[in-house]
Every structure is written in C-alpha cells, then in structure tokens.
Design a protein around this ligand. Structure first.
Ligand SMILES: Cc1cc2nc3c(=O)[nH]c(=O)nc-3n(C[C@H](O)[C@H](O)[C@H](O)COP(=O)(O)OP(=O)(O)OC[C@H]3O[C@@H](n4cnc5c(N)ncnc54)[C@H](O)[C@@H]3O)c2cc1C
Length: 572
C-alpha cells in the first residue's frame, strides 16, 4: 500500500487552545511546525471555543501564585502533582499578557484586569470578559490570527489514528485525510498530543460529542503511561430542560454571576442540607454529587436533575443582568421554550465536561516516550488532583502550550528525525480501511450509542463495584462481538462520517475500559470520583493510579503523591 509521507520538526495533533498555543511557542524558536486537526481549525468543536467564564490567574496583591497553588491543591483533595501545579500556574501572568496582546477583549478597570470571585478560590481571581461575553470566540479569533501571522502549517479535516513508535521513540502519526479518503503519515522530530478530552463518550455533555478521546486512546495503544483516568468532571450547571438548550453551559455563568438557589422536586433548597454554611456557593463537584444523590433518592426534577431558581432576586436586578447580557443566544432559546428566569426555574444536571486523566507528563510536558509531549486535557500529569479548581483549565492549557511547545522545539533542534517502521504503517493503514471493506454489519453509530449508554450508566458521577464490573464486561462484549461485525453503510471515501464513527468507536472503547478499570481500582471517594460502596476518602489512597498497555492486557500500578509544597491539612 502506498501512502503520502509528510515531515515537520514539530507536529501538533489537535488544534484547540493548548495545541495552538504550543504551535505558536514552537514556531517562535524558528522550527517548522504542522498542526493536524480533525475539523476546520478554529471553527470546530474544540472545548476551548465554548469556554465562557474566563480563567484563573493570581495577578495583584493580596493574591499570590502561592495562594493560587494552595487553593488548587485543596480543591484537588491533595492528590495534585504539586510540582506541575507550581510550574504551570507560575506562567499565569505571562499567558494573560500574551492573550491580551493578541487581542482577546478582557475586562479591565483602569489599567488592571478585572477579576471575578469563583467558588473554591480564596480571592477574586478569574480574568474575564465583560458581563455576558463568552471568551471562547475571543480565544479562537486571537489564536487564528497568530497562526496566520507565523505561517504555521495546518492540515484540516485530518483524523489522526495512531502514533508511530520505534525504539521507545515516537516518530509521528498515521491517520485519515477525510477530504481525500486516503491514509497519510506525518513524521516529526517531536510530536505534541493536544487532542482534548473524551466528553463525547457520554450521553449528556457540555462539550462537542466528537471529542472521543482519540489522543488518550492513541497514547495508550502505543504503550504510553496513562494516569488518573477515574477522575472525570461532570458540570452541574448544564442546562437539562427544556431540551432546546440541552447541554448549554450558560446556567453556570448565571450561577457565578447571580447566585441562584437550587431546589429539588419537593421544593427543598437541598444544598442547605449538605452544606449548611456555603449552600450553593460550593465547588462543582460538591453540588454535582448532591444533585446526583437527590436524583438517585427520587427527589430529582422531572427530567433527572435539579431546579435553578432566581425567584429570591429583585426583578430589576435580574433585568440589569439581562440588559448587560443582551444578544446571548441562551436567552433566545429560553424565550423559544416559553421560559423567563424572572419567573421560572430552569432544570440543570451534571453533564460530562472535563477530563482530568490522561498521559503521565513531567514538568517539561514530556510523556513516558521520547519525542512525545502532551498538553491540555490529554496531558494529565496529575495537575488537577481529584478535582480541578474552577477556571484553572484554560490557564493550564495555555501554560502547558508554552512549556510543551518550547521543549518540543528544543528537542527538534537537537534530535534526528526518528525512524518509523514501514510495516507498522502498512498494518495501521489497513486497520483504518477495514470498516469500509466489510460488506455489511452493525452500524458504527449504534455501537457508539451503546458505549455512551454504558459509561453514562455505570461510570458517571457516582459509581460502585457491581456497576463498574458490569460496564467492563459489557465493553468486553462489544470488543469481541460488535467490533468485528461493524461495517459502514456508506462506502464512499470522501467525508464519510460513518467511517469516522467507526474509527472513533475504537478509541471510545479503549477510553471506556481505562476509565472503568481505574475507577474500580480506587476503593474510596475522592473529589470527582464517588464510590457509593466506599463513601469516605481513605488517606492510604493519596496515590495516583497508572495504567499502561502490556500485551493484550493492562498493567496497573500506583504512585504516591510528593507533598513537596504543602502537606494535607486534614485526614483526606
Ligand atoms: C462548554 C465548556 C465551557 C468551558 N468553560 C471553561 C472556562 O470558562 N474556563 C476554563 O478554564 N475552562 C473551561 N472549560 C474547559 C476548557 O475549555 C478545556 O479544558 C480546554 O479548552 C481544553 O483545551 P484542549 O486544547 O486540551 O482541547 P480542545 O480545546 O477540546 O481541543 C482539542 C482539539 O483536538 C482536535 N482533535 C481531537 N481528536 C483529534 C484527532 N484524532 N486528530 C486530529 N485532531 C483531533 C479537536 O478537533 C480539537 O480541535 C470549558 C469546557 C467546556 C466544554
């Protein structure tokens, strides 16, 4: 089989905020950079373009990077890799300054950036846009201009499927050019994984369903060390009902701006019961868990969530907010559904929102393979601990982009182009083609739905041993029975989305097995990982779960936390 072979000094797989920031930093060093992206660059479903509320950076006294580090580690239930937290958060002031310089319209008072308070932060720290302004579209416009200015090459509509590894060194990637329907190889001295999360493995998500954990699965299949896969964030401020705004994250913006009250079907302000002092002003994990408990115990709202209500606020105060948020699409959707927040409560529920598990990385964003770096959501390193502090992600993604881009460029200047194994390329190309070749069989979208249902039932906010074992068994059945019988109905090669579904299914299956196995291995409740059968945190489990592929099985081990900056202040 012949294939097109391309070369670059630095290859970036994934064109979201972390990938583009890494590409910019690498190109600053004068190396040749290519970004491969599953969709159109800066016009696709990257989570970054949907991000709304801003990001957290300690800028002015009395705040300090030390306080921000402390807040992050406390929110992470002391499971964070403290060195990574310090490395990335210390770059906060620089990444704000760059984004401001590149044209992101951040709110300011006099010469200082305005900063909003957020739950879990001890001081107002969120750099933000003007009230009602979503920053996501600002990020993509600014970063797109930088790609163009620097002549960074971009290959759009390219679905990267597998890393090419030879002698424990990553030498590039193979994938499918969705426009031509042919496989291509990209070889590079340094490869940066920046494929985002796997929220698309769940039924209900605030993110784009095409984020199917491709980078996670690629890294795992290639033999990279993965970690913390049991920690998945479900955002409780996601719109649930009416259905026309399902998954919209705007209620979270209302939560932090208007301080609404949450009610169950009995009309109880139930968070008072769980958190008598803070009530609704708790972390997302805390609110999410309380909503999940209310639903499980039969007190949820009619569609399986909770009510968010604004009735306690004077109407002119709400009007003032609505005037400032004029033009926000979410309110049009509410109007279409006959709802008005001055009068009506809206139904919200926890939705898959953010992924904390991914590749093991060190403070240079290097993975366990030479030549492979990971940035953004796919690069875990344990930076978030058991629960990400709100608004830390964009800060982490930008900072990791700076570090990963710089390190990848440094290596590209020193190292030769790694060898790749042509027979691996041949085998992987045939695997890419196989769903087209089977004459008929199960449709990939059906298998996708099955995986989403399994994970949404058993590997969601609250888990237990029986459910996780059931999930692992059902995923195994899919691997043994459904995958070999899977075939696309459409057989054409250009932009065949049925084919794309088939390739994503493989990744979802790997990710699903990693999540369930990790969750089963951790017999305690910590942060985002609630085990109903082990409702308390166990100090003996202040360690990370590491998984790597060994033959056809998984090698599971643990690594203790290094409390090099702060010690746990209580028994967690
Ligand atoms: C609705 C929403 C709101 C949020 N709001 C905030 C906020 O206010 N503040 C905050 O700090 N965080 C927020 N977050 C989290 C934050 O946006 C994300 O964590 C962050 O954007 C992740 O960046 P990333 O670069 O890792 O991934 P992404 O931005 O998701 O980018 C991943 C890219 O990789 C590409 N890709 C994936 N697979 C492949 C493949 N196989 N081949 C080629 N390309 C591929 C995708 O197309 C995509 O472009 C929000 C998240 C969501 C979903």
């Amino acid at each position: 089989m012949s294939f097109v072979e391309n070369k670059a000094d630095v290859l970036v797989i994934g064109g979201g905020i972390a990938g583009i920031r890494a590409a910019i930093e690498a190109s600053e060093s004068g190396v040749d950079v290519i970004i491969l992206n599953k969709g159109a660059i800066c016009k696709d479903g990257a989570a970054a373009w949907m991000a709304g509320n801003g990001f957290q950076v300690a800028l002015y006294p009395p705040d300090s990077i030390e306080t921000h580090i402390k807040d992050s580690i406390k929110a992470g239930w002391y499971l964070n890799n403290q060195t990574l937290v310090k490395t990335f958060l210390s770059l906060g002031p620089r990444v704000v300054s760059d984004m401001n310089k590149w044209g992101v319209r951040l709110a300011k008072e006099d010469d200082r950036f305005s900063q909003l308070p957020f739950p879990g932060h001890s001081l107002p720290r969120s750099v933000c846009g003007k009230p009602g302004l979503f920053l996501g579209p600002e990020y993509k416009k600014a970063l797109y201009r930088q790609i163009k200015r620097r002549n960074i090459k971009v290959k759009e509509d390219f679905f990267s499927t597998d890393l090419l590894v030879h002698n424990n060194t990553v030498g590039g990637v193979v994938g499918l050019d969705l426009r031509s329907g042919s496989t291509e190889v990209f070889r590079a001295k340094s490869t940066i994984l920046a494929t985002g999360g796997f929220m698309g493995c769940y039924n209900f998500t605030t993110a784009n369903p095409n984020l199917t954990g491709d980078g996670h699965a690629m890294a795992y299949r290639a033999g990279t060390k993965m970690m913390d896969m049991e920690f998945m964030q479900f955002m409780p401020g996601a719109h649930l009902w009416p259905a026309n705004a399902r998954g919209d994250i705007y209620p979270y913006l209302l939560w932090v701006n208007l301080h609404p009250q949450f009610y169950n079907i009995l009309g109880e302000r139930f968070l008072e019961r769980y958190y008598p002092e803070k009530k609704e002003w708790v972390t997302r994990e805390a609110a999410g868990r309380a909503i999940a408990t209310e639903v499980r115990e039969g007190r949820g709202s009619p569609h399986g969530g909770a009510y968010m209500s604004f009735h306690h606020l004077p109407e002119n105060l709400i009007n003032h907010f609505l005037e400032r948020a004029a033009g926000v699409h979410y309110f049009e959707k509410l109007r279409d559904a006959g709802l008005d927040i001055r009068r009506d409560a809206i139904e919200i529920a926890p939705a898959a929102h953010y992924v904390q598990g991914g590749c093991w990385i060190n403070e240079r964003c290097e993975t366990s393979y030479k030549g492979l770096y990971a940035v953004g959501e796919v690069g875990s390193g344990g930076k978030d601990g058991a629960d990400r502090l709100a608004g830390n992600s964009i800060t982490f993604c930008l900072a990791m982009g700076v570090v990963g881009g710089e390190e990848a460029a440094r290596r590209a200047k020193e190292a030769p182009l790694p060898e790749i194994n042509k027979s691996d390329v041949e085998k992987l190309s045939q695997q890419i083609m196989s769903p087209l070749k089977s004459p008929k069989g199960k449709r990939p979208i059906e298998v996708k739905r099955k995986i989403r249902e399994i994970l949404s039932t058993y590997a969601t906010l609250s888990r237990d041993e029986t459910g996780l074992k059931t999930a692992i068994e059902q995923l195994k059945q899919i691997r043994e029975n459904d995958i070999p019988a899977m075939a696309t109905i459409a057989k054409h090669r250009t932009f065949n989305l049925d084919w794309l579904d088939a390739l994503e299914v493989n990744n979802m299956l790997d990710v699903g097995e990693l999540v369930c196995t990790s969750a089963l291995t951790r017999p305690e409740t910590r942060g985002l990982h609630e085990r109903i059968d082990f409702p308390k945190a166990d100090p003996g489990w202040l360690k990370h779960i590491m998984i790597s592929k060994e033959g056809d099985g998984m090698k599971i081990s643990t690594e203790p936390v290094d409390f090099c900056i702060i010690q746990p202040d209580k028994e967690v």
